[in-house]
Design a protein around this ligand. Structure first.
Ligand code: ZN
Ligand code: ZN
Length: 135
């Protein structure tokens, strides 16, 4: 049976180190399939005076063996890139530019409308002058 596709929010959760509560940095996988930052898990094991266990599920890792997960690092990088403030700033900038372009268009339309109204006015004045025999 295939695993259910994780939703975007839970994807970020999956990529969060439960030691530092931040996105994984240099992720390593333990035998229990849980992921941590390399620095976090090593610091956790160094600071704990007990056996080396998984901070998440408490499974004991007798040989302190960790697997580097390059693929996961790439995914984390991607998530981090997409959640960077520059990314959101970019979207905001694009929206602002779109709004400004729209405002300019409205201004142009307004000017065209005014011009057209002036023309109608002139024609009316001209017509009145004509019909009243002034010109
Ligand atoms: Zn960590
Ligand atoms: Zn675990």
């Amino acid at each position: 049976m295939a695993d259910p596709v994780p939703e975007e929010s839970s994807l970020a959760e999956e990529l969060t180190c439960s030691v530092c509560c931040d996105l994984l940095n240099d992720p390593v996988m333990l035998d229990c399939m849980h992921h941590f930052c390399r620095a976090c898990i090593l610091r956790f094991w160094d600071s704990s005076h007990r056996v080396s266990d998984c901070p998440y599920c408490r499974k004991v890792m007798p040989n302190r063996f960790v697997r580097t997960n390059h693929l996961l690092q790439k995914v984390v990088d991607l998530v981090r890139k997409n959640s960077r403030p520059e990314y959101h700033n970019n979207i905001q900038k694009n929206l602002k530019e779109m709004l400004e372009a729209r405002e300019n268009l409205m201004k142009t339309l307004e000017q065209q409308k005014e011009k057209a109204e002036n023309k109608i006015c002139n024609v009316e004045v001209h017509g009145t002058l004509l019909s009243s025999g002034i010109i």
